[in-house]
Ligand binder design. Structure first.
Ligand SMILES: Nc1ncnc2c1ncn2[C@@H]1O[C@H](COP(=O)(O)OP(=O)(O)OP(=O)(O)O)[C@@H](O)[C@H]1O
Ligand SMILES: [Mg+2]
Length: 243
């Protein structure tokens, strides 16, 4: 099977943290699946382990046990260099707080992952400008993050996660800080730009207002997935995102 057509499959995943001498068991033999061509929403109460899980899936955090299979690769078996390469080329991550670099322009922020993966700056900046244009930010390429609104910063973060055309996109609470209309626009954008055959999109959200964009809702509680609901998305996205 073409590895590009494979999804994310977690089995018996364990993760604990030691904090102030106390061991906290955060993920407990967790099972989770996300399929290609779909938007999977991961929901659940604060502290149940959502960010921990998507950090493990992104290869940003190790697990203590179990199997994490991402796009046909078993992450625990990968050497650090191979894992870095895999992340740089195949995974995009939108952090909850955007994590933009404040001293770089919007275009430079978006170009960074391409340069990290070996591209020359002029090529990377051209591709970054294209992607920002698709997200309706063509007039803001040279602005610093502080000169952009919160919703525009968020779109820069999404552009940065998508610019290298990753096969797996992970977004941590992309609508948490937004009003209903902006939250709706961000989800329309994710569906129109990110969801396509072969690509796996996982969105962590508390936000019931955007559940209609999901093909699947996986609900976590206290370190395990307690409910999986496959559904037909009720929200229709614009074909090419907002202009
Ligand atoms: N690096 C860490 N060191 C110690 N404890 C941690 C660490 N990361 C997470 N935890 C703990 O693991 C638990 C789950 O955290 P996590 O961030 O995964 O939850 P979450 O479901 O994303 O919550 P929220 O909805 O509030 O973002 C929390 O109790 C948290 O304190
Ligand atoms: Mg979280």
């Amino acid at each position: 099977m073409d590895p590009h057509l494979q999804g994310v499959h977690c089995r018996d995943v364990e993760r604990s943290f030691d904090s102030a001498g106390v061991r906290q068991h955060v993920l407990k033999r967790l099972r989770f699946d996300a399929e290609p061509g779909q938007l999977t929403m991961l929901i659940g109460p604060s502290g149940c382990g959502k960010t921990t899980l998507i950090s493990i899936i992104a290869g940003l955090l190790g697990c203590d046990g179990g199997s994490v299979r991402v796009l046909g690769q078993e992450l625990s078996g990968m050497k650090p260099d191979a894992l870095l390469d895999f992340r740089l080329h195949r995974i995009g991550f939108v952090f909850q707080q955007y994590n933009l670099i404040w001293g770089l322009t919007a275009a430079e922020n978006v170009a960074v992952p391409l340069v990290a993966a070996g591209a020359a700056w002029p090529d990377a900046l051209r591709k970054a400008a294209d992607m920002l244009g698709r997200l309706g930010l063509a007039d803001h390429l040279s602005k610093l993050p502080k000169q952009l609104s919160s919703g525009q910063q968020q779109r820069v973060a999404i552009a940065r996660a998508l610019v290298h055309d990753p096969d797996l996109l992970l977004c941590d609470e992309p609508t948490a800080a937004l009003d209903a209309r902006s939250g709706h626009q961000v989800m329309e954008l994710l569906r129109s730009v990110a969801v396509r055959p072969g690509r796996v999109v996982i969105v962590v959200s508390h936000d019931q207002r955007v559940f209609g964009f999901a093909d699947r809702i996986s609900e976590m509680d206290d370190g395990v997935v307690v409910r999986v609901e496959d559904r037909v998305p009720t929200e229709v996205a614009y074909p090419s995102g907002p202009t």
